[in-house]
Write a protein that binds this ligand. Structure first.
Ligand code: ADP
Ligand code: MG
Length: 721
């Protein structure tokens, strides 16, 4: 079967000319309205004003929007687009689109096409079914979307036509935000403001703005679609709710970085080609640790654009899989007993001059600056561990964090040996020497040397410094990167704010920036050094040690979500105008509701599969064994071992029938009227029953004849490529 599939699907990737075209420089961005195209097509004066909006975040003028709309429609029409859509990120974590045609009927009974500045700037989706966490009573259910000129518009193609997609924010008519893009943009502005303030103290080059950068690595699984359609659990909940451990899993490590199977590679090339055309700079691909698991990573961009591109990447990965007879699984834990999937959020701070503020520099001045921003990020992590953990809380991610898998639920930072040594020296009041060679001479008496490109690796840390950026590894593979990035941005903005004020005070006393900085850093580390941990994050000792240090260990969604609305976090978000307390409460409620709905679907699917597939299959098989038993008796053949087998099957089957009845009972009980009550019922009462049912069903999978078993096995799903 495998060989046939490979040949077949490699052929489908070839176009009419018999050749798969992949001229990257030619196709890159052809389906994305790039800055260059806008510049080329817009009148000079209009372009100048728009540029200020795009590059320097200045407000957009209405006549500019009109001119842009004309160019956009013209460009989109050339690409075959007949419709446009405001493309936004509702609080489900995915993206949403509502398509409108460019058509306007005219008086003569014909039609023209049109698209105005108003159409571009604002849309009114009747979006009453998106979650709003109680922010938007249904009588004013309509929300509005508004253009984000800092993220390029793009074309989504379909065999039968194309649609112009315009990245937008989404809010209620009262102005409450109902999406993930708005807070991300606002947190970027907060970071910009505070970082510019700090940079003034350091002098150096003049910069116009500061932005956070994001490079988001995506892990995913691919399985043959034939198996997918035969697994109701995958279809309803995105993960297998059953499945005995296969004789071969990931123990051999023979898949990781191995050569990529032919059909998979054809798929990857096609998906990458699509992403290039959309202007998404994907760069790296490889096999991941688990069989059937892969990774794709882009070149980093401004975080807002990178977050939109991350959503597009998920869309294209899923869509393209179908063309190759595959299904792309983005769930955090599709297969029990194998590694789950995450999304590594690489994060840094960059200036309008292109300087990476988390890159140790060549000069003493640059290194002081580096130490300042590096320490501010660590302070943000320490101060807002709970909020960061809450921003990535979900039913799916609970299978990774706190469940013996990468990374642990405890938020800590790995900074490598060199920097740890430097932090130690700072805490001891500054030093002139450094432990390792290969360092830059700083030549100042107070601050120690900084290593350049300390490339140490620690795979068990949720937040690792990797030489010139931090890598937040706890984001789930299916989740939006916008919210955790927002928390990093606003948390760091706050830390920079506090540390800049302290630095100003010290500087006024000492009139020596280096000494002032040394004092500020020393005081900061005295507060936050519990967050630094270079050891093994998976060990039991770390659980004990972290508790001693007073670090949070929020193992589940239910543990983490309360932190979204603690006084400290509301204060943080309100102070920097990112989200109001009410908006945070609504997000907390939506996260909880999503959690509850997902678990409920899983629990009901578990019950359904057992009753309608697992039990009937087992009964049929048992019937066959018993029939042999009877015939054995009739012929006088010794069939005592068959009887043992029947007893064994019957024993597990009886237990399963009792267990699924129990699951059915707790499934029909809601546990209360409110969302928190229902979520608690699901996590504390239903989930344990569901797990018991699974163990029994998985035992039966190992006893019942393969041709009777109704669900494709792990072996088939993971190893047929
Ligand atoms: P590794 O994680 O193995 O060190 P890379 O250096 O290739 O590998 O980086 C991995 C990801 O980090 C890539 O997606 C890359 O674009 C991103 N990245 C690199 N530098 C930055 C940065 N300054 N800001 C944000 N992301 C970055
Ligand atoms: Mg990485």
């Amino acid at each position: 079967m495998e060989a046939v599939r490979n040949a077949e699907y490699t052929l489908t990737t070839r176009n009419g000319s018999g050749k798969f075209e992949m001229n990257i420089t030619k196709i890159f961005g052809e389906n994305c309205l790039s800055i260059d195209t806008l510049k080329e097509r817009l009148p000079k004066s209009v372009w100048k004003t728009l540029k200020k909006t795009i590059r320097d975040n200045e407000p957009l003028e209405h006549d500019v929007a009109d001119a842009v709309a004309v160019v956009m429609k013209e460009w989109a029409s050339e690409k075959g687009a007949t419709h446009y859509s405001h493309w936004f990120q509702p609080l489900t974590g995915a993206t949403a689109e509502k398509h409108d045609s460019f058509i306007t009927p005219n008086q003569g009974g014909g039609a023209i096409t049109s698209f105005s500045g108003n159409d571009l700037l604002r849309g009114e989706p009747d979006a009453s079914s998106f979650p709003s966490g109680g922010l938007r009573p249904t009588f004013e259910a309509r929300g509005y979307t508004a253009w984000d000129p800092t993220s390029p518009a793009f074309i989504i193609e379909n065999g039968n036509g194309s649609t112009l997609c315009i990245p937008t924010v989404f809010a209620s008519w009262k102005g409450e935000t109902l999406d993930f893009k708005t807070p991300l943009l606002r947190s970027t502005e907060a970071l910009n403001k505070q970082a510019l303030r700090a940079l003034q103290l350091f002098g150096g080059e003049k910069v116009k703005w500061v932005n956070s950068t994001g490079g988001y690595e995506q892990e995913y699984f691919l399985i043959d679609q034939e198996y997918y359609y035969r697994r109701p659990d995958l279809m309803t909940s995105g993960r297998t709710l059953f499945g005995a451990k296969p004789p071969k899993g990931q123990e051999l490590d023979d898949h990781y970085f191995g050569s990529i199977p032919d059909r998979i590679l054809s798929y990857m090339l096609d998906a990458e080609r699509e992403l290039y055309r959309l202007g998404v700079p994907v760069k790296t691909r490889h096999n991941e640790v688990a069989p059937g698991q892969y990774e794709i990573a882009p070149v980093f961009e401004k975080a807002n654009v990178a977050a939109d591109h991350q959503q597009l990447t998920m869309i294209v990965l899923k869509k393209m899989a179908r063309k190759y007879g595959l299904v792309c699984l983005l769930h955090e834990k599709p297969f029990a007993g194998l590694n789950g999937s995450g999304k590594h959020a690489n994060w840094s701070i960059a200036t309008s001059k292109g300087t990476n503020l988390l890159e140790p520099g060549e000069s003493p001045h640059e290194n002081m600056q580096f130490l300042f921003f590096f320490t501010a990020t660590l302070k943000a992590l320490y101060d807002h561990q709970g909020m960061l953990r809450a921003s990535i809380a979900s039913a799916g991610n609970d299978h990774r964090l706190g469940a013996n898998e990468a990374p642990p639920a405890i938020i800590s930072a790995y900074i490598g040996e060199h920097l740890e040594d430097i932090v130690k020296q700072i805490k001891n009041g500054g030093a002139t020497s450094s432990k390792k060679g290969g360092l830059l001479g700083l030549g100042i008496p107070v601050l120690p040397n900084i290593p350049k490109h300390a490339g140490d690796r620690n795979r068990t840390s949720p937040f690792a410094f990797t030489g010139n950026k931090f890598e937040f590894r706890a984001v789930g593979s299916e989740q939006t990167v916008s919210f955790p990035t927002t928390v990093l941005n606003v948390g760091t903005a706050h830390a920079i704010d506090v540390m800049t004020t302290a630095l100003e005070t010290e500087f006024a006393k000492e009139n020596d920036l280096e000494k002032a900085l040394a004092t500020v850093l020393k005081n900061t580390y005295a507060e936050i050094d519990a967050i630094l941990f270079n050891g093994d994050g998976y060990s039991d000792e770390w659980q004990v040690e972290a508790e001693k240090r007073g670090l949070l260990n929020l193992k589940t969604t239910m543990d983490a979500l309360p932190y979204m609305t603690t006084a400290k976090n509301i204060q943080l978000f309100e102070k920097y105008n990112v989200l109001s307390g009410l908006e945070l409460e609504s997000r907390q409620e939506i996260y909880l509701e999503q959690y509850f709905i997902k678990l409920n679907i899983e629990a009901e699917t578990t019950e359904d599969i057992v009753r309608t597939m697992v039990i009937p299959a087992t009964v049929r098989y048992l019937n066959e064994v018993l029939a042999l038993n009877d015939r054995g008796k009739a012929t006088g053949l010794d069939i005592s071992s068959t009887k043992t087998l029947a007893e064994e099957v019957n024993n597990v089957l009886s237990q399963l029938i009792i267990a699924v009845d129990k699951l059915g009972k707790v499934n029909s009980d809601l546990g209360g009227d409110t969302i928190p009550e229902k979520a608690k019922h699901l996590s504390q009462v239903v989930l344990p029953e569901m797990n018991k049912v699974r163990v029994l069903a998985d035992n039966l999978e190992k006893l019942v004849a393969d041709d009777y078993w109704p669900l494709p096995s792990y072996r088939e799903m993971l190893f047929v490529k």
